[in-house]
Ligand binder design. Structure first.
Ligand code: FES
Length: 121
C-alpha cells in the first residue's frame, strides 16, 4: 500500500545557512537538511554504503563525503559520485568487491515558504 507523504516544518529558514547542513529527526527518520549555493537539499542520514551517519561527514562542492569510508554522494541527485581507493598499502588485500557496492542517497523534497523550511517525507 503506498505511503502518504506529509509535509513537515523542519525549522526557520535562517537556521540553515548557505553551505551548511544539520541533522533533524522527523517521525523517527533522521534527515540531513542543508543549503548549497542557496539551494536546499534533504536526504536520509544513513549512508547507502554501510549506514554510517552522513551528518558526521562534510560538504565537498555538491557532494556529501561520508566520514566512514569517504564515499561521495551528490546532495541534489543522490548519485554516488566517488569511491575512495581502498588500496592503502601494497600488502593490503582486496576485500570482496560486493562490500564496496553502494546505492544512492534517499532524497526528500524540500521547500521554503514564509521563512520556514519544509520536508516532504
Ligand atoms: S558507510 Fe559511508 S562510505 Fe562506507
Amino acid at each position: 500500500m503506498p505511503r502518504n507523504h506529509i509535509l513537515h516544518r523542519i525549522c526557520s529558514s535562517e537556521k540553515i545557512k548557505d553551505n551548511t547542513f544539520q541533522l533533524f529527526t522527523v517521525d523517527d527518520t533522521d534527515i540531513v537538511v542543508g543549503r548549497r549555493n542557496g539551494k536546499l537539499f534533504a536526504f536520509n542520514n544513513s549512508c547507502p554504503h554501510r549506514g554510517a551517519s552522513l551528518s558526521k561527514g562534510e560538504l565537498k562542492e555538491d557532494n556529501i563525503v561520508c566520514y566512514m569510508h569517504g564515499y561521495e554522494f551528490n546532495v541534489f541527485t543522490g548519485k554516488l559520485e566517488n569511491m575512495k581507493s581502498w588500496k592503502k598499502q601494497d600488502t593490503w588485500l582486496e576485500q570482496n568487491p560486493e562490500w564496496r557496492k553502494a546505492g544512492d542517497l534517499v532524497l526528500y523534497p524540500v521547500s521554503e515558504k514564509n521563512g520556514s523550511i519544509f520536508v516532504d517525507i
